[in-house]
Structures are given as structure tokens and as C-alpha cells.
Design a protein around this ligand. Structure first.
Ligand code: F6P
Length: 549
């Protein structure tokens, strides 16, 4: 049974004269023209369109284009004040309107950063130098979630895939099995616990941190707090936790969690591999920032990716975006981009609080190729919906098995070409007849073997997987998301939906753990399960629970 929609609140008018709110998209003549141009554009399979920037070649030949669309894009971006919005972002103005603060992650990777940023960078480097010189911390437990986790996992796996003398263990999930499994077998006397949390209030991180602290204490570690490091924008909370000042690294309020990798949040990568990795990533990202700031629209990689992202989602009706890194080391790029895109673009109202009027942020999903080919590529090729795909591959590998890399490259190009060109009924029929089938069988099978084709894709070729190219790649997606949000008129820097779930979880937790009577406002199903879980948990804590419960 469907429930009726909530009544709509009145429009917000109080501060609209002080904040420049974007016009309603559907009412803009520039949108109408853009929309008409995109609907009549097509993928030009005989034209090569590549943008080279910061060691990355972005091939956008697999997206729809036409001279009319190029023109309409320029008009739309002008009407959306791209230049102004970009300057506000890059100069640390208030880009995050609903939280009234900058979104100034680019400042963290600036080649010549402000004094306080440079100071924290040097503190982090000095911390790593000291640990290295003392050969301390054979194990690092990195505890953080979302933006305090995915980017770090990504960089540790991208550059530490061949192993490192320090073992890194990640714990994000509140599920106790994650922490329990992590601690098993570690030497507590040679383990450093890194707590990454911008807010230092995230339940998962604090509870897992608490378990780690108890483990250190129970193992007889003399000064357990000295084995814990915090990276946070709330140093006073970390201090209250007992962590010494020397182990607290600063984050700034103006850095969004999913944009915080450029800070000391990436300390774990510096410890696991080298501070040079962090510096290299910052340099690559800074090169992309400069490109984004200065390249003309037609040669601007983030802008071009954003424009096709909007066309594919809002005008061609694709509900999702597939990320296909043809590089085993980049497996964590998928959840990283998933959070970046979905937490930033999973909004349906514009800055004025009105419905955007067109579908916004797609669902993002994926898996490294070639595994993905044997898992879901069938759906991409012949399923009824399809999805645009971002193929990402390195021109040169860092291993010496040339034949493996040649196969990887060939698979990547082949899948992309199949999606692009498809296979016609006639060519499938011809092949079947050539294979010796009788005509009726050849005709019947040709219907099953034909591919629609015309499915959009990007190809991103990294010269090599270096810290520089990875940093540039991540910044490319960050800016792409920013431009998509600008076109849609939404704020990519808040996440109110996630916040609401956190509040509900706190309330339900109190009911399940018996701290308070369940709130009467729960729906019937939630109320049922709260009651059941609450009594089973109480039986469990009173020891009255059997394994069969
Ligand atoms: O998922 C919501 C969120 O606020 C993310 O934006 C953030 O990356 C994550 O939680 C972790 O937050 P924190 O770093 O404050 O622990």
C-alpha cells in the first residue's frame, strides 16, 4: 500500500534577498535550448574527442554531441554563473549555503597553502618521520567511516597493494564482527590506532575506538592513549577522550567529510607507504584544480564530464552511472565515487527549496574490470535500462607481465566499443549463417545476439597509477560533481538525509537497549521489531539466551 505524500511546506522567502538563489531550472530558456539540443544530438562514432590533463586522457567521444549542443552548453553554464560559483568555491567563499560555510578542500592541496594548513602538513610528516626512525607501529588500525575511510582505503590499496612493512587494518562498520576480526592476532604493543572523524561524534567511529582502547588497556599497554591518534575538526572532543595534543591533527570546519582526504585524514597512507604519496596526490589534485579554474568550457575535463552527466541523467533517462576501473588497485574507487556523487547529488530540491524539476544524481555502482564483465556487464549490454559507464585504465602497469596488461587494455576497449557500437540484427544473422545454421534458427538466434549499442561512456586513461594521477582523478570527479550540482541548482556540500537517519537511530537505540520506552510515533513494523529486539537483547544481557535463540 502506498502512503500519501507529505503536505508541501510553504516557500522560503525570509533571506532570499541576501542569498543569490539559482533560477528554477525548467523555467530557464537556456535549459529548454540545452534540453532540445541534447535530445537531438548523437554519439559521433567517427570523431575523436580527448582532453589531456594532469597525466589523464579523458576520452569523451562516447557521449552525445553536436555544434548546437556545444553552443547551448556554453549558454546554460553562463546563465548558471559558472565563473562566479567556481571562484567562490576556489577562494573559500560560502559555497555550502545550507550550512553557511565554505567548501574549501582545494585549500588543503594548494601548492603554497596558508600557514595553518602548512603547519599541520609538517606536523603529520614529522609524526611519520619519528615513527619510521623508531621503526614503530607494525600495525595501524584506521577507524573512520564514509569520507574518513574510503579515500584512505583507496590510496593505501592503490599504492600498497604489493604489501608494506606496516599492516593496515580498516574498521568502519558498527557491526562488532568488524572490530573483533580486526583485533584478532594483532600485537597491541606495536599497534597505532588512528581515529579519523571530522565531527568526533560519529557513533561508529567512537564505539569502535572505545573497543580499541579497551583492548589496549586489557593487554597491559602502559599508556594506551599515546597509541591513539585523532584527526578531527573538534580537537577538544578528542582531548576529552584522553588523546594527547601531540597526537591530535587538525581538520577545519570548512572541509566536507567526503572531501577531507587532502588533510591529515590520509595519515594512514603516509604511515603505511610514504608521506610522498600524500604529497603527490595533493599535487595532482592541485593541477586539476588549476585546469578546472582556467580551461575553456570545451576543453575543461570536469565541466565536460558534468555536462554529459546531466544529459545522461536528466534528459536521456539513465538512472545510474557505472564506474569500471580496469585496475585491480582501484577497487575502492567505486565506493569513493559512490559517496562523493550520491551524498553530494542525492537531492531533489534546489537551493530555494523548490523541486529541481528534473531527475538529479544517479545511483553510482561498479566493480573493477575484468571481474565486472563476468558479473553484470550482460545487463549493461542487453538489459532494458543500461547505464553510462566510466571506463578507467592505466596505459602502463607497474608489474612486468606485459601480456596481462595487454589483455586488460583489450578487454576495456572491447567492452566500451560493444556498448558504443552494438551489434545489428543483420550482422548477428550473417555470423549465424556463416557458422552453418539454417535460416530460421539463424534468424531466431540473431534476435538474442544483437546489441542495441549507442550506450554512452567515458574512457579515462591514466598514464600510470601514480599519486599524482590518482589525486588528479579524484579532483576531476569532485569538480564534475560541483558543476552538475550547479546546473541542477542544488547544494552538493550538505547531507541532511543522512543526518535524519542518525537521529532516528539514536532514538531507536535507546528503545532497543531498554533506556527508554519506545516512541509512540513509530510505524507498526518498526514498533514490532523494536519490541522484539529489545526483549531478545535484554534476555541476552541477562544470560538467558541460548544459541538457538
Ligand atoms: O555519512 C555522513 C557523514 O557525515 C559523511 O559525510 C562523513 O564522511 C561521515 O559521516 C563521517 O563523519 P565524521 O568524519 O564526522 O566521523
Amino acid at each position: 500500500m502506498r502512503t500519501s505524500p507529505m503536505p508541501c511546506p510553504p516557500p522560503y522567502t525570509e533571506n532570499t534577498d541576501t542569498v543569490a538563489l539559482p533560477a528554477e531550472l525548467a523555467a530557464m530558456p537556456q535549459w529548454s535550448e540545452f534540453s532540445a539540443a541534447a535530445q537531438s544530438a548523437s554519439i559521433q562514432t567517427n570523431a575523436l574527442r580527448v582532453i589531456n590533463v594532469a597525466g589523464i586522457a579523458l576520452d569523451i567521444s562516447g557521449q552525445v554531441t553536436s555544434p548546437r549542443l556545444v553552443n547551448a552548453t556554453a549558454q546554460l553554464l553562463q546563465a548558471r554563473h559558472l565563473d562566479q560559483a567556481r571562484s567562490t568555491l576556489l577562494q573559500g567563499g560560502i559555497s555550502n549555503l545550507t550550512e553557511d560555510r565554505p567548501a574549501w578542500h582545494t585549500a588543503l592541496r594548494a601548492p603554497a597553502p596558508a600557514e595553518d594548513i602548512a603547519f599541520e602538513r609538517e606536523r603529520m610528516n614529522a609524526f611519520v618521520r619519528l615513527a619510521d626512525s623508531e621503526r614503530r607501529w607494525r600495525n595501524i588500525i584506521h577507524i573512520g567511516i564514509g569520507g574518513s575511510d574510503w579515500g584512505v582505503r583507496l590510496s593505501v590499496n592503490a599504492f600498497g597493494y604489493a604489501g608494506a612493512w606496516r599492516q593496515v587494518h580498516f574498521v568502519a562498520n558498527i557491526d562488532g564482527h568488524a572490530m573483533q576480526g580486526c583485533l584478532a592476532g594483532l600485537d597491541p604493543h606495536d599497534t597505532l590506532v588512528v581515529l579519523a572523524s571530522k565531527s568526533f561524534t560519529t557513533a561508529e567511529t567512537l564505539q569502535n575506538g572505545q573497543r580499541a582502547l579497551e583492548w589496549l588497556l586489557a593487554s597491559g599497554v602502559k599508556n594506551p592513549h599515546s597509541q591513539i591518534v585523532a584527526i578531527t575538526a573538534k580537537p577538544q572532543l578528542a582531548k576529552q577522550w584522553g588523546i594527547p595534543d601531540s597526537n591530535i591533527f587538525r581538520l577545519w570546519d570548512w572541509v566536507g567529510g567526503r572531501f577531507s582526504l587532502w588533510s591529515a585524514v590520509n595519515l594512514t597512507t603516509a604511515l603505511a607507504i610514504s608521506v610522498d604519496i600524500v604529497a603527490g596526490m595533493q599535487a595532482g589534485a592541485a593541477a586539476m584544480d588549476s585546469h578546472f579554474n582556467t580551461a575553456p568550457i570545451a576543453e575543461n575535463a570536469p565541466v565536460q564530464m558534468a555536462v554529459s552527466g546531466v544529459i545522461n541523467r536528466s534528459l536521456l533517462g539513465y538512472g545510474s552511472l557505472n564506474i569500471a576501473p580496469y585496475d585491480f588497485r582501484l577497487a575502492n574507487l567505486v565506493p569513493y565515487i559512490q559517496q562523493l556523487e550520491m551524498e553530494s547529488l542525492g537531492k531533489s530540491v534546489n537551493l530555494a527549496g523548490d523541486p529541481v524539476g528534473v531527475p538529479t544524481g544517479p545511483a553510482v555502482w561498479g566493480m573493477p574490470g575484468t571481474d565486472a564483465q563476468h558479473t553484470f556487464f550482460q545487463w549493461l549490454h542487453q538489459g532494458s535500462d543500461g547505464a553510462p559507464v566510466d571506463f578507467i585504465v592505466c596505459q602502463d602497469p607497474d608489474h612486468t607481465w606485459t601480456n596481462h596488461h595487454q589483455s586488460l587494455l583489450a578487454n576495456c576497449l572491447a567492452q566500451r566499443e560493444a556498448l558504443l557500437k552494438g551489434k545489428s540484427y543483420d550482422s548477428a544473422l550473417h555470423e549465424n549463417l556463416q557458422a552453418g545454421m539454417a535460416l530460421p534458427q539463424a534468424q531466431w538466434l540473431a534476435k538474442h545476439r544483437m546489441h542495441a549499442g549507442g550506450r554512452p561512456s567515458n574512457l579515462l586513461v591514466l598514464s600510470r597509477l601514480s599519486p599524482y594521477t590518482l589525486g588528479a582523478l579524484l579532483a576531476l570527479y569532485e569538480h564534475k560533481v560541483f558543476v552538475q550540482a550547479l546546473i541542477w541548482g542544488i547544494n552538493p556540500f550538505d547531507q541532511w538525509g543522512v543526518e535524519y537517519g542518525k537521529v532516528l537511530a539514536t532514538d531507536i537505540l535507546q528503545a532497543i537497549s531498554g533506556q527508554k520506552v519506545p516512541n509512540q510515533a513509530h510505524d507498526a513494523s518498526t514498533a514490532h521489531w523494536i519490541e522484539l529486539f529489545s526483549s531478545s537483547q535484554q534476555r541476552r544481557s541477562s544470560g538467558a539466551c541460548s544459541d538457538n535463540d
